[in-house]
Design a protein around this ligand. Structure first.
Ligand SMILES: [Zn+2]
Ligand SMILES: [Zn+2]
Length: 359
């Protein structure tokens, strides 16, 4: 049987490169050759074990673009678009069961029986690999003609996450004042969507000048450094937005102190969307009275649905010539260098890192 290489997380903090079998697609599924596997901030938490128990050993990687190698008796993608071997596809990494309360009654994700990772020796859709085996039920979409795989991969699962957040908590309204905490992939995605939606102010806070520059290239109207004190940051934001303050604050910082600061920054009647605290376990003090007196809505969101991957793919393809999306990919690593890829992401040096099996 043919084999392909894969980065296997044998147990927390132990990565190995394995040769794994390349299985035939199952009926309704697809086998793809990976073109790019995105390295996500959450992969760092998964690799250290902070993200909880996984069915170790697992093949890392939940963001991928690949070229169809073989199809399991299907002729269309999950949006009804005809597909054939050789086509580029992008997929939602979470396989929903379609047989549970979340799937069928409340139409929400995550599904109670979601499958994210599979044991490395079983057919597998981890994307730090030569091949991904997409099971029946795992939604994949054909890239539109002319789409640049780099542009679609650039914001990884961050853009679907942001679209999911706005879907759950209310879309960005034209003319509103938006503050984004953090300019990693989630924050940059929020900047892109807010700018495209017609926000008047898109103000970004981050500690790295390089990331703030990138935020400007995606549509941020102003940037604020973490080197300023929280009081200074708030004053600068209110100088720009006026006394009503921001009407939408997006947490994409991934660190707990961002939460009370976001509550402080939110203007009267504002919405505060929490997207980045998935790996930040702990508590923070806020004044609950502020929520009442300022009429605040605070909401979290996670687990993008297939439709958010579909929307993200088309948004990236449409904007690829207007904003420098492909240029966000700052680092590429071979399958065997996944440990270095994770280190680079952990240190905050990469705008976006990818695994490129051709290296
Ligand atoms: Zn389900
Ligand atoms: Zn991701």
């Amino acid at each position: 049987m043919a084999t392909g290489r894969a980065t296997v997380l044998v147990e927390p903090n132990r990565l190995e490169t394995w040769d794994v079998p390349v299985p035939e697609p199952e009926p309704g599924g697809a086998l793809v050759r990976i073109v790019l596997g995105g390295v996500c901030g959450s992969d760092v938490h998964i690799a250290t074990g902070e993200a909880g128990v996984m069915p170790f050993p697992i093949i890392l990687g939940h963001e991928g673009i690949g070229r169809i190698e073989k199809l399991g008796g299907i002729e269309t993608d999950y949006a009804g678009v005809p597909v054939k071997p050789g086509d580029l596809v992008y997929w939602s990494p979470i396989a929903a069961c379609h047989r549970c309360y979340s799937c069928n009654v409340i139409d929400e994700s995550p599904c109670e029986n979601s499958r994210f990772f599979e044991h490395a020796e079983k057919p597998n859709w981890g994307s730090y690999a030569d091949y991904a085996w997409l099971p029946n039920g795992l939604a994949f979409f054909r890239l539109p003609d002319g789409a640049d795989p780099l542009a679609v991969a650039a914001l990884g699962c961050a853009l679907p996450t942001v679209l999911r957040g706005f879907d759950r908590c209310g879309t960005v309204r034209m003319g509103e004042a938006v503050v984004v905490q953090g300019a990693g992939p989630v924050g940059l995605s929020a900047v892109l969507v807010a700018a495209q939606a017609g926000a008047r102010d898109v103000i970004v806070i981050d500690g790295f000048d390089q990331r703030l520059d990138v935020a400007r290239s995606l549509g941020a109207t102003a940037t604020i450094s973490l080197a300023d004190s929280p009081e200074e940051r708030r004053r600068k934001i209110y100088d720009m937005t006026g006394p009503a303050g921001p009407s939408l604050v997006v947490e994409a910082a991934g660190v707990l102190p961002a939460f009370p600061e976001g509550v402080e920054l939110a203007g009267v009647h504002a919405r505060y969307v929490i997207l980045g605290l998935w790996g930040a376990i702990g508590t923070q003090p806020i004044s609950p009275r502020d929520l009442t007196t300022r009429n605040l809505t605070i909401a979290g969101a996670t687990f993008p649905k297939p439709k958010h991957y579909y929307e993200a793919m088309h948004l990236a393809a449409r904007l690829q010539d207007q904003v420098p999306l492909a240029a966000l990919i700052s680092h590429r690593f071979a399958i065997g260098d996944a440990a270095a890829a994770l280190e680079t992401v952990k240190r905050g040096e990469a705008i976006k890192a990818v695994i490129d099996p051709e290296l």
